[in-house]
Design a binder for this molecule. Sequence first.
Ligand code: F3S
Length: 389
Amino acid sequence: MHLTTDEERVLAGDEGLGRQKAMELLVALGDIYDADRLIPVVSAQVSGASFKTIGEAGISWLESMSSEARASVPAMVNPLGLDLERWRSMGVSEDFHGKQARIVAAYDSMGLLPVYSCTPYLAGHRPAAGDHLAWAESSATVFANSFIGARTNREGGPSALAAAVIGKTANYGLHLDENRVPRVEVRFEEVPADMAPLAGYLAGKVAGNRVPLVRGLRMSEDEHKSFGAAMAATGGVSAYAFPKEDGGRVSDTSHIEECTTLGIEDILRCREDLRGDDDWDLVAIGCPHCSPRELEAMAGFLRGRTPSRQGDVWFCTSRETYARCPEAVSILNRFGKVLCDTCMVVSPIEDRYCSTATNSGKAMAYLPTLGRQRASYRSTEELLEAISR
Ligand code: F3S
């Protein structure tokens, strides 16, 4: 990979050990993927923020970086293992909180922004079409590439942090036109867009890690958010295209090698397979983090109703969205907890719950493994009906 004179200086350590380590990492990645050069990024989003997912080894690495490295572009962080304000009410232990606090302190001292969310694009950090990014969270990556038209690979935590420090990333993968061309088509027939989490769950299995062209679903922004998240979880999809008639952009379809059609019967079968049982310890909504529209729509449904459930209910969102929707938050807080900075997958729910119901295709992919839960899929409306009367 070609480096400029300034980049060579950073690599030689002339600008300190932190920038040198970050540059070494970017150069190694660039060499592996045969990148021609480094390109500037508008922002970074770093994963590996919950003590549950990174453990002691992750803390040690972050603390070693934090004494030497500083972010040089706006850099956000993925959800933590707890709500920084309401962690006691989540049942999180003092010990876990102490470890989590060290992670937060390390990111703080590196100058990362205290935006602990998988939806940074709803929290004041929405890129523009064509912007190059270094984002790590899979659901944010697929949303940025596909709905917004920005360009990012699905970074790992360390490579996103290195990009935050240098302000650049290696020019390969989804930064290049040729890798954004769809190779497979997934066509939905008579599938309503509000079944996006299930549609994404199935489409991810079809697409694997290819870029699919998705036809036949005319989705809202929030439905794209759920759809892409599920597809990135069951497959390795980091970008999809969708045609003009579904609200997308024109895309080159000349490289499509395979087409799969999914009808309503496939979606209903998937819904049945994911139905699980009715015996839930926790109802968890907000994977990816709820948007203002979603919080307000749920509050509108629940306004005038009363809570009907003993078990816990979580609505996960970003702190920015929480602050923007005080009225909706106060209604939802009567039926459960509106939690910020965290989610049902990266918090230690397995310490407290065994069975979780969710409206998220992505959470259905991760709750049984990372969360050690019996997981049950229900639509948002079914969950709101279940928690109220
Ligand atoms: Fe976000 Fe957690 Fe889901 S990070 S996409 S709410 S698994």
